[in-house]
Design a protein around this ligand. Structure first.
Ligand code: 2AM
Length: 182
C-alpha cells in the first residue's frame, strides 16, 4: 500500500492574531459551546485534499510552485455557527477576489488530480470551536481583525494521542502588489 497523508491547502494565521483570537474566544464562549481549536491549528482552508499518496502530493506541490497569485488582505468581520457539522467560525463579509480565485484554482487542480471536492460553495472561514452541535449564543459584537495573506501553505492533518495537529509541510509566496507609480 502506498503511503498516504491527509492534506489541505490553507492560509495560516500569524501568531499575534492567533493570540488575539483565542483571548477573545475565551471571553465570549462557554466550555459547553464546543471544543476550542488549538491556537496553532487556526487556519483558513483553501482546498481540502483528503488522503493523498506521496506521489500525488508531489504533483500538487509542483503545481503550487507554479501558481502566481496576488497577495491580499481580508477582514475577519463575520461570525457564524453551523450546527452541522458543529462549527463556530470566523469569516469575512466581503471575500477579496484574489482569495476566491486562489481557492478556486487550488480546488480545480485538486479535482483534476482525483481529490474529491465538495459541491458546496466555498465559504472562507476559520473554525474556532468544533463539536458545537447545540445552539450557541454568538456575541453581538463581531471582531474586526485583518488577515494579510502573503503566502499559502500545504498542511498535513495528524491525529495522535487523541489530538489533531496540523503540520505545515511547505509554503509558497503570493505576489506582492506592485508599488503605486509616482
Ligand atoms: P472545517 O474547519 O470547516 O472543519 C482540515 O481538516 C481542514 O479541512 C479543516 O479546516 C476542515 O474544515 C477542512 N475540510 C474541508 N472539507 C473537509 C472534509 N470533507 N473533511 C475534513 N475536513 C475538511
Amino acid at each position: 500500500m502506498p503511503e498516504s497523508r491527509r492534506l489541505f491547502f490553507a492560509l495560516s494565521l500569524p501568531t499575534a492574531l492567533q493570540k488575539q483570537v483565542i483571548r477573545w474566544r475565551a471571553d465570549n464562549f462557554e466550555p459547553e459551546d464546543g471544543r476550542p481549536v488549538a491556537a496553532a491549528n487556526l487556519h483558513l482552508t483553501l482546498a481540502f485534499l483528503g488522503d493523498v499518496s506521496d506521489q500525488k502530493a508531489g504533483v500538487l506541490r509542483e503545481i503550487a510552485t507554479r501558481i502566481q497569485s496576488p497577495a491580499f488582505s481580508l477582514r475577519l468581520d463575520d461570525l457564524g455557527h453551523w450546527p452541522r457539522p458543529g462549527v463556530v467560525w470566523l469569516g469575512t463579509r466581503r471575500a477579496p477576489l484574489a482569495l476566491l480565485q486562489l481557492a478556486s484554482l487550488l480546488r480545480s487542480h485538486a479535482a483534476r488530480n482525483g481529490c474529491h471536492q465538495s459541491t458546496l460553495p466555498f465559504h472562507p472561514h476559520v473554525s474556532l470551536l468544533r463539536g458545537a452541535t447545540r445552539p450557541v449564543a454568538l456575541p453581538a459584537a463581531t471582531p474586526q481583525w485583518q488577515l494579510d495573506a502573503t503566502d499559502f501553505s500545504l498542511y498535513e492533518s495528524r491525529f495522535h494521542q487523541g489530538r489533531t495537529r496540523y503540520q505545515c509541510l511547505q509554503s509558497w509566496p503570493l505576489l506582492a502588489a506592485p508599488p503605486l507609480p509616482g
